[in-house]
Design a protein around this ligand. Sequence first.
Ligand code: FEO
Length: 387
Amino acid sequence: MDNNIIYVGVNISDNGLFEGQYITPEGMAYNSYLIVDEKVCLMDSVDIKAGELWLDNISKALNGRDIDYLVLSHVEPDHSYHIRKIVELYPNIKIVGTVQAFKFIGQFYDFDLANRTIVVGNGDTLSLGEHTLDFYTAPMVHWPEVMMTYESSSKTLFSADAFGKFGTNDIEGSWECEARRYYFNIVGKYGANVQMILKKLSTLTIETICPLHGNILDKNIGHYIDLYDTWSLYMPEVDGVFIAYSSVYGNTESVAKRLHQLLKDSGIKTSISDLARSDMAENIEDVFKYSKIVFATTTYENTIFPVMEELLSHLVQKGMANKVVGIIDNGTWAPQVTKVITSKLAALKNIDFLEQSVLIKSAPSEDTWTALEDFKNALISATPYHK
Ligand code: FEO
């Protein structure tokens, strides 16, 4: 990375729930960057938990210089919390953001930024000396005020929340897993908006991506952009089967697990999850990742088991599309699962329900295992969607 672009963000290992709902077993990074040139520009603030360390990092990186600009890529408080403090410490600073960014600042915080705001829009630029910032608005990725910044001399994209992930930046391991969980849970509903910004950026040469969370990306940039393209098109990333199940007494579970084994024995990529005992955000991620989904659950209060209902409501809200779907239906006296699931998913695009389904009457019988064999074969033969 350009030596004059300095990382001043903070890793928080014991982060608790991110955005009030997502577990972060590997903590969270709140990224911020200083661009040091004739003018000095700070890219974004950080979360309430990270303030002291952030200010200390900035002070060290400045080496006695003042800050001319603070660019606001996104006003969600995990990136804007300490604006008041930075203005107090660096009173000459001007704040750069979109019209909507300043509107939201006014709603979240009680301070006056009059005479220190620079309102920018798509296509505007700001020269720092040798570095030039080109602004690209990215509305609804995943808030309306979001703006990305391309620094042309270093070919660096400051990408706001896009290309971010859960986890601190000092954790080794795959980017994809926690970036995918982050994408589908936080940005997933806004695929069309992600497609729009990918189009806007498609003429640029990008050598480095500096997101607001997670590692700086400076190798294989095409790989990350390609994944964002696949994800935002709602296309599966893996041709295989994800089995999401809930089970009251273990009977639905035994059928789901048998299917998982049969698929593995047939060489099919497959993953299985007990919805009542796993992270819902991870389950949502896996649904979007795989081409074929099996929902296995029980009838409950004349509808379906609550944890399955919760998963389906997330999938509908996020606009799941392009899936082959199979249903394993357990009911003791009035099975409802097939009816409820097909009706809940009816409005989604390109959902191909298997004609075969598996009905468990309380506990699996010989008929269940025979039906499961046909179901497995139909699942394997079904044509998956792909990009
Ligand atoms: Fe990282 Fe949307 O805030």
